[in-house]
Every structure is written in C-alpha cells, then in structure tokens.
Design a protein around this ligand. Structure first.
Ligand code: 13P
Length: 271
C-alpha cells in the first residue's frame, strides 16, 4: 500500500463543527474563509498543515465549489460501518466516499456519552473505514479516532490507565500499514467546550503515553509515524504552545473552528 496522507507527521488541524453551522451559515463561513485564504495566498503564503472541516452532513454541500481554488477538505463527524441497509438515520462509508469526504471522526466523547458508543463499536468503525485505504482510487478515508478521560478520571489520577484501555480496545486488529495512517485525537473531556485547556505539559504527557501504547501494540516505527492531535478548547491564543510539544501533531477544534477568522488563524498558527 502506498503511503497516503501521512507525510512524516505533517501537522493536521480539523474543525469539528458538531451540530452547528447549518447550510446557510456554512456558506457564509465558506465565503469569508475563501476570501481570507485567497488574500493569504496572494501574498505568496500558503497553509502548511493538513486540515479539514467536519461539518454536519447536510452542510457539506455548502462547502463545495466547482472552482478547484476553493477546495475545502471535508471530514464527517461519524459513520456507520455497514455498507447499506435498514439503518435509519445513518450514513455509510461509500456515501462519504461518493461525496469526496477525506476524514471521519470516530468515537468522539459526545457520541460515547450521549449515543452509547463503546470501544468495541469504535473499533468496528475504524476497521471498516481503514479498508478504504486499500482503494487504488483516490477515495480513501482517514479515521480520526478520539479518546480521552472524564473529569472524575482525571481528578482521581486514572488518565493513563483509561486512555490505555481505550486505545487498545479501539485499535485492536488493524493492519499495521493502516495504523500508520490513522489519526488519533486526545480530547480530555473536562477540556471540551469548557474553556479549560489541558496545559501543554499535561497534553504532551498523555499524548506521549498514547504513543507508547501504540508502540506496544504496533511497534516503535509505526508509533513514531502516527499523528496525534490534541482537542479541548484549542484556540488561536494557545495553539502555538500546544503545537510546540514534541508529540502533539495537530488539533481537533470545536468552538474556535466555527468562525472563519479564528479557524484560519489556527491553520496559519506557524506564521
Ligand atoms: P472545543 O474546542 O469547543 O473545546 O471542542 C473540542 C472538541 O470536542 C473537538 O472535537
């Protein structure tokens, strides 16, 4: 299999809109964002990270344009592991492929807490999505697998134990070549939407430990290549310090991705 997206841990920043920005708001975002991006490119600069927007399915069309210069990479916020059938309310992997979606978030803590997703169901989705990596066409989808501890687990110093179980159960049975392409997103639940960010040191410590779990499962070489994002109140004011950490390869951003200006600032944090 060819190396797909993962080019030596190129940083990856993904906006997760959650259930925000319907089709009209998404088009307004698109217009402003494209304006900011073209201005930036006119000055000879370019976005130097991989990026995408995880929009609600129904808003994705508003982020598409026939003009290639206005291309916005898309991510989905969830997917069903079955190809088709009687699964009311669900969206399949082939449907996302047909729409050109490049990434899918799997196992977000909100889905685990509110929609009963478990490590086992996350694993089934990851296994199904990574099968697309064998596609000879350009229609593969990269899973972004989210994990992280609750506030109570954090307070009782159980973070490392909890994330180890999550990673082992969510990522069991993957083809090692596929594992390299998977993006992981460490999102401490107590930092999501709360304005409380993990300090860069705290985030680094857990993300480094996560990489060690991957090394135990898939070996050092693969662990060194896997990209691991931090998520939880990431914003233009703290992105640089978080991204300076040696094991943090990007961000999964909620609130600060809803506004085109702050999302654009995040994507150009290194300038
Ligand atoms: P916030 O950036 O709003 O804290 O959300 C983080 C998140 O859950 C991204 O998936």
């Amino acid at each position: 299999m060819l190396l797909k997206k993962n080019n030596m841990r190129r940083p990856i920043i993904v906006g997760n809109w959650k259930m925000n920005n319907g089709p009209t708001e998404a088009r307004a975002f698109f217009d402003k964002f494209i304006e900011l991006k073209s201005e930036y490119e006119k000055n000879g600069k370019e976005i130097e990270v991989d990026w995408a927007i995880a929009a609600p399915y129904i808003s994705m069309i508003s982020l598409m344009d026939e003009d290639d210069a206005k291309y916005i990479p898309l991510a989905a916020q969830n997917v069903n592991e079955n190809k088709s059938g009687a699964y009311t309310g669900e969206i399949s992997i082939p449907m996302l492929q047909e729409f050109g979606v490049e990434y899918v978030i799997i196992g977000h803590s909100e889905r685990r807490e509110m929609y009963n997703e478990t490590n086992a169901s996350v694993n089934a989705k990851v296994l199904a999505v990574t099968k697309t990596l064998d596609s000879e066409d350009d229609d593969y989808i990269i899973p972004i697998v989210a994990f992280g501890e609750t506030e109570a687990e954090f307070e009782s110093d159980r973070t490392l134990e909890v994330i180890e179980t999550q990673l082992k159960e969510c990522l069991v049975g993957l083809n090692p070549e596929h594992m390299k392409e998977v993006v992981l997103a460490y999102e401490p639940i107590w930092a999501i939407g709360t304005g409380k960010t993990a300090t860069p040191d705290q985030a680094q410590k857990v993300i480094k430990a996560s990489r060690e779990v991957i090394a135990e499962m898939y070996g050092d070489e693969i662990a060194k290549e896997v990209r691991i994002q931090y998520g939880g109140s990431m914003k233009p004011e703290n992105v640089k310090d978080l991204m300076k950490q040696p094991d943090i390869d990007g961000g999964l951003v909620g609130g600060a991705s809803l506004d085109p200006e702050s999302f654009f600032q995040l994507l150009t944090y290194n300038k």
